[in-house]
Design a binder for this molecule. Structure first.
Ligand code: SF4
Length: 432
């Protein structure tokens, strides 16, 4: 499907909404003048010296099954006193907190649904486009990034054309919304690996390192430096909505502020950049004749005419008259959505600053340390109890496995799932 800014009813866009169109990664504020702590690694210095404890853990292949969640080669490693250091990402920790059994499926048995959920797919596509623009890419390149995701998407029996068009319309109008609000991108998609520090002793964990991706570090027009976090949401994002209040509790960004500070960025605040997903969708549209008039048919499929010989233009349930319709084309859907966005841009796009205090960071780091102990214990004992509730199970992709009491089988991937590399899962930290 070809979609261009013109196609979406917009002019040619060639740069990121709030950059000057140049990639500032090379000018990043990594402070080369400062002495580096060799135990810290970010994207731009990941080849530098690193603490040997931070070598990524090897991938694990299941070699045997002894009980629920037990994997023989890992057990052997533990008996040998394995020095493996594991990663802790925000997603992994949240998964563990939500349901330990889900954590097992996702991070220990390492399987994921074959078909990515729509919310994640759309979030990934919007992120890909914004990241491309953020790095100084053209709009055409951003479109290509979105198309790449939908080319690779597998959704049996379902066309993703409408969804792709939705993402492209959102991205194009996002550019339009923020082009007059320049924010200089200092760093984009910054990956970090940091020692996990015991808050009581100050010593690094021998078991875990913290990993994650920061969407962007930006310099705002006032000169302050902010962590910028992109989100796509289906909730209301009006200024006083609960959505923003809940973000004050968002541990993911608190972790990112902590990480950025450890990487020697002076972070003043957090700037949330939210795109709301449309609540409207493609509809059926009337079929028009050569004169541009609707076609109304009776129960026999015959066109209905008025007494004066003109074609009837409205249906009637009483008489069984129906307006002939067809599915909306993707270009019509793009135009409809663009009209809606442009009539109420603040409904779709919003930014708010929600700063983090040192107390927030201290509390989170204690929580992460405590969690690391709980995760280590669960992994060592191979005990992953279930947290069953409407909130956790109803939309859980592993529900079928739990309902059928599926036990992990050596090397076996259940139908509808794919095996993933546990060490690469941090790459998939997309928040919606
Ligand atoms: S279905 Fe429920 S119990 Fe099973 S993994 Fe998902 S959230 Fe946990």
């Amino acid at each position: 499907m070809e979609v261009s800014p013109d196609h979406l009813g917009l002019g040619q866009a060639t740069g990121y909404a709030w950059s000057d169109g140049n990639c500032h990664a090379a000018e990043r504020a990594h402070r080369p003048d400062r002495e580096h702590d060799s135990s810290l690694r970010c994207q731009s210095c990941r080849d530098g010296p690193a603490d040997p404890r931070m070598q990524p853990g090897r991938s694990v292949e299941e070699k045997g099954q002894t009980a629920f969640g037990r994997v023989e080669d890992e057990d052997e490693d533990q008996e040998k006193g394995s020095e493996e250091v594991k990663t802790l990402s925000h997603s992994k920790m949240e998964c563990f907190k939500k349901c330990r059994r889900k954590y097992f499926w996702e991070y220990v048995y390492a399987i994921r649904p074959e078909v990515e959920p729509k919310a994640l797919r759309m979030g990934s596509a919007v992120h890909a486009a914004l990241d491309c623009l953020k790095k100084g890419g053209t709009f055409a390149e951003a479109i290509t990034a979105v198309e790449q995701i939908y080319t690779e998407a597998t959704t049996p029996g379902s066309s993703l054309e409408y969804e792709q068009t939705t993402v492209l319309a959102l991205v194009a109008n996002y550019y339009d919304r923020w082009s007059s609000s320049p924010v200089e991108v200092v760093e984009s998609e910054l990956r970090f690996e940091l020692p996990l520090i015991d808050p009581d002793t100050g010593d690094p964990s021998r078991d875990y390192i913290l990993t994650g991706f920061i969407d962007a570090i930006v310099r705002m027009p006032c000169g302050r430096t902010a962590i910028m976090e992109h989100k796509t949401s289906g909730q209301d994002i009006e200024p006083e909505c609960d959505y923003w209040r809940i973000l004050t509790l968002d541990g993911q960004i608190t972790l990112y502020v902590y990480a950025a500070q450890r990487l020697e960025y002076d972070i003043d605040t957090v700037l949330y950049d939210v795109v709301r997903k449309p609540q409207i969708g493609p509809t059926s549209v009337p079929v028009l004749d050569d004169d541009g008039l609707k076609i109304v048919r009776n129960v026999n499929g015959e066109r209905v005419w008025n007494a004066n010989g003109t074609p009837r233009q409205v249906g009637s349930s009483e008489n069984g008259y129906v307006v002939q319709t067809r599915p909306m084309r993707t270009d019509e859907w793009a135009a409809k959505l663009t009209n809606d966005i442009q009539s109420r841009p603040d409904h779709y796009f919003a930014r708010q600053e929600i700063a983090r205090l040192q107390d927030d960071i201290d509390e989170l780091m204690q929580e992460i340390w405590d969690l690391s102990i709980a995760i280590k214990e669960a992994d060592a004992r191979r005990h992953y109890y279930r947290t069953c509730s409407r909130d956790t199970c109803l939309y859980c992709p592993y529900r079928g496995l739990c309902e059928t009491h599926f036990s992990p089988i050596s090397g076996y991937v259940p139908s509808g799932f794919v095996r993933v590399d546990r060490n690469s899962q941090v790459e998939e930290e997309v928040t919606v």
